[in-house]
Design a protein around this ligand. Structure first.
Ligand code: ADP
Ligand code: MG
Length: 375
């Protein structure tokens, strides 16, 4: 049975930085009530309340964020459900901090308390797999990872030097990126090494807002497969777990961004504006209206079709600053997050059974034959 599950939306408010505290006297544009998951924006003439599935204030730790958001989705992925976590928000709002941790961390910080959702999820998945295998002798896992960025509407592999890869859709495989490198991984440390290899390849450029501002969307994916023999029957499970650090959602001012930067801005806005359109159409559908959802209008939404309105347990973390200096972008992020809450997904565990290993081998033979015929 598919579980009709709305996309979960969390908002995380980051601590103010030195500039906000000194140049803007630490003035706040919002108040947070964690007990009722409410953010009240100091809008004029009347304050505007927003309620989400979860709200974290300046004091929330990386560990708590993982426990509330990462762990439930990672656990579901081990049980065969697809899972997706998006970090959304303007540049500097804390997306990369939430997904990875502070930029000072590197591949050696395997136990840092500052680690974000991605390293923690990888660690959790491998430690759970270890426990499961101990518990049940007939259980086997195969875990692969891939890492890509979408930059100027072009998909680049971060684990190889392949650029401009294409998204394809197939009845059996679903949506996938053609020729994307997938590395089989055996443990947390090995996966972390690949993650950091990819991070070193990531595109970053400077804007007037933030020197290290990320101009691209990055998508890290774990493909988890397991098979377990019970009473001569093989139970097969498979799932995809995507963790996405989106490009900054701020509107671009043409006076600040010129040439290449402006071209990038347009492209980034294309993916993000299509994401907004897709969410709006899905909200309309949830209200009973008849809508076509234009997933294929951007690489991001095509690739993550299942994550929005499809077969996935999905959480969007909207990152904001409490500073009055960020009022406009914070308002737009809170509004985006409010709409996203209405999107309905229907996740089903991707479980299959096969009678015996002979049957499995026959299936493989059949597939190989089909492949040959297709060539
Ligand atoms: P983004 O990826 O959205 O552009 P970053 O994650 O790079 O933003 O955050 C900008 C700066 O703020 C970084 O120096 C980061 O370490 C810091 N920061 C963000 N969120 C927090 C937080 N919750 N606690 C402490 N520092 C944070
Ligand atoms: Mg970032």
């Amino acid at each position: 049975m598919p579980e009709n599950d709305n996309v979960k939306v969390a908002v995380r408010v980051r601590p103010q930085n030195t500039k906000e505290r000194e140049d803007f006297s630490g003035n706040r544009c919002l108040e947070v009530d964690i007990s009722s998951n409410k953010i009240t924006l100091d809008s004029k003439p009347t304050p505007k309340p927003f309620i989400y599935d979860f709200v974290g204030d300046e004091d929330i730790t990386q560990e708590e964020i993982f426990e509330v958001i990462g762990m439930p989705i990672a656990s579901s992925c081990l049980a065969g459900y697809n899972g997706t976590i998006f970090a959304y928000g303007q540049t500097g709002a804390g997306k990369t901090f939430t997904i990875l941790g502070p930029s000072t961390l590197d591949v050696n910080d395997i136990e840092s308390t500052q680690r974000g959702l991605l390293p923690r999820s990888i660690e959790f998945i491998f430690s759970s797999v270890k426990k499961e295998i101990k518990r049940c002798s007939g259980l086997e896992f195969l875990i692969k990872c891939s890492f890509l960025e979408i930059y100027n509407e072009q998909i680049n592999d971060l684990l190889s030097d392949q650029k401009n890869l294409q998204v394809r859709e197939d009845v059996k495989k679903g949506v996938y990126v053609d020729n994307l490198q997938q590395e089989t991984v055996a443990n947390y440390e090995e996966t972390l090494e690949l993650l950091y290899k990819g991070i070193r390849n990531r595109h970053v450029g400077a804007t007037s807002m933030n020197k290290e501002s990320s101009r691209s969307h990055s998508v890290f994916t774990l493909a988890i497969e397991s098979k377990e023999k019970q009473d001569n029957v093989w139970n097969l499970r498979s799932s995809l777990f995507h963790l996405i650090d989106l490009a900054g959602s701020e509107r671009q001012k043409s006076t600040e961004t010129m040439g290449e930067r402006l071209k990038e801005a347009g492209m980034i806005n294309k993916s993000l504006s299509v994401l907004g359109n897709v969410i709006n159409s899905l909200v309309d559908i949830s209200e009973g209206k008849n809508r076509h959802v234009h997933y294929r209008d951007s690489k991001l939404t095509f690739l993550l079709k299942d994550s929005l309105g499809g077969n996935s347990k999905t959480c969007i973390i909207a990152n904001v600053s409490s500073s009055s200096a960020a009022y406009g972008e914070t308002l737009s992020t809170l509004r985006f997050a409010e709409r996203a809450k209405m999107v309905k997904n229907s996740a089903i565990a991707n479980v299959d059974t096969l009678g015996t290993i002979t049957e499995l081998r026959e299936e493989i033979k059949k597939l190989q034959l089909k492949l040959k015929e297709a060539k």
